[in-house]
Write a protein that binds this ligand. Structure first.
Ligand code: SAM
Length: 217
C-alpha cells in the first residue's frame, strides 16, 4: 500500500529520533534537513514505503541511495554553517545533494551515470534546490572550473584520496570520504591545513566503489 504524505512525515520524525539522535547526531540544522527533505521522492517506486528504513536502498544503474544515518553523519562531519561551496562526488539519487542544498551556499555534484544525474535534476528542480549544479563525468577529477571548494564529500568508496580533490579543497577545508574496498572501508574526515592533511576516522562503512577512470598504477 502506498503511504500518504502525512505517513511519510511521521516516518521521517521517527527516523530522526530513533536512527539519528539515538546514535549521536546532534546538529539541529542537520536534524531539521533530515526531517524535512522528502527521501521518498528519491526512491524507486517499489522502495518508497521503506524511505525512512534504517538501510541503504537500490536505485537505477546498479547504485544505491545511502542509509539515512550515514547521510546525516557525513553531513554533520562537514561542519556547514551555510556559507560554504560544497563539492559532492556521486550524485546518485540526488538525496544527499538536496540535504546539502539546505545547509550550504552552493553545491556542485558530479555523477558518472548521465541517467541518474537527469533523474536527480528533475527531483531537485521540483524541490526548488536552485543552489545545486549537477555535472556528468568522472568526479575523481573534481570540477576545476568551480574550485576551490570549502567542503568535499565523496559518496562512493575510494581506494585512495584522488589528488585533484585535495588540490581543489580550500585551505582550512574539510573532506569526508569512505576509504577502502568491500568490507574494509572506513569513513574518514580529512582536514586540510596548508600542505598537511589531518585525518579522523568516523566509523566502518560499506559504499559502492568510486570508479577512477583511466587511473595509472
Ligand atoms: N549521494 C547519493 C545519494 O544521495 O543517493 C548516493 C551515491 S551512491 C552510494 C554512489 C554514486 O557514486 C553512484 O551513483 C555512482 O555512480 C557514483 N560514482 C562512482 N564513481 C564515480 C566517479 N568517478 N565520478 C562520479 N560519480 C561516481
Amino acid at each position: 500500500m502506498t503511504q500518504s504524505s502525512d505517513q511519510h512525515r511521521e516516518a521521517a520524525r521517527r527516523m530522526v529520533e530513533k536512527q539519528l539522535v539515538a546514535r549521536g547526531i546532534s546538529s539541529p540544522r542537520v536534524l531539521e534537513a533530515m526531517q524535512t527533505v522528502p527521501r521518498e521522492m528519491f526512491m524507486a517506486d517499489t522502495w518508497r514505503d521503506e524511505a525512512y528504513a534504517d538501510c541503504a536502498a537500490p536505485i537505477d544503474c546498479g547504485q544505491t541511495i545511502s542509509q539515512p544515518y550515514i547521510v546525516a553523519l557525513m553531513t554533520e562531519a562537514l561542519h556547514l554553517d551555510g556559507s560554504e561551496k560544497v563539492l559532492e562526488i556521486g550524485t546518485g539519487s540526488g538525496y544527499q545533494a538536496a540535504i546539502l542544498s539546505r545547509l550550504a551556499r552552493e553545491v556542485v555534484s558530479i555523477e558518472r551515470h548521465a541517467e541518474l544525474s537527469q533523474q536527480a535534476e528533475k527531483i531537485l528542480n521540483q524541490l526548488g534546490c536552485a543552489n545545486v549544479h549537477l555535472l556528468v563525468g568522472d568526479g575523481t577529477q573534481g570540477a576545476p572550473a568551480h574550485a576551490p571548494f570549502d567542503r568535499i564529500i565523496i559518496t562512493a568508496a575510494a581506494e585512495r584520496v584522488p589528488p585533484p580533490l585535495v588540490e581543489q579543497l580550500a585551505d582550512g577545508g574539510r573532506m569526508v570520504i569512505p576509504l577502502g574496498v568491500d568490507d574494509h572501508q572506513l569513513l574518514q574526515v580529512l582536514h586540510k591545513r596548508g600542505d598537511q592533511l589531518d585525518r579522523e576516522v568516523l566509523t566502518p562503512c560499506r559504499f559502492v566503489p568510486l570508479i577512477e577512470e583511466g587511473r595509472q598504477g
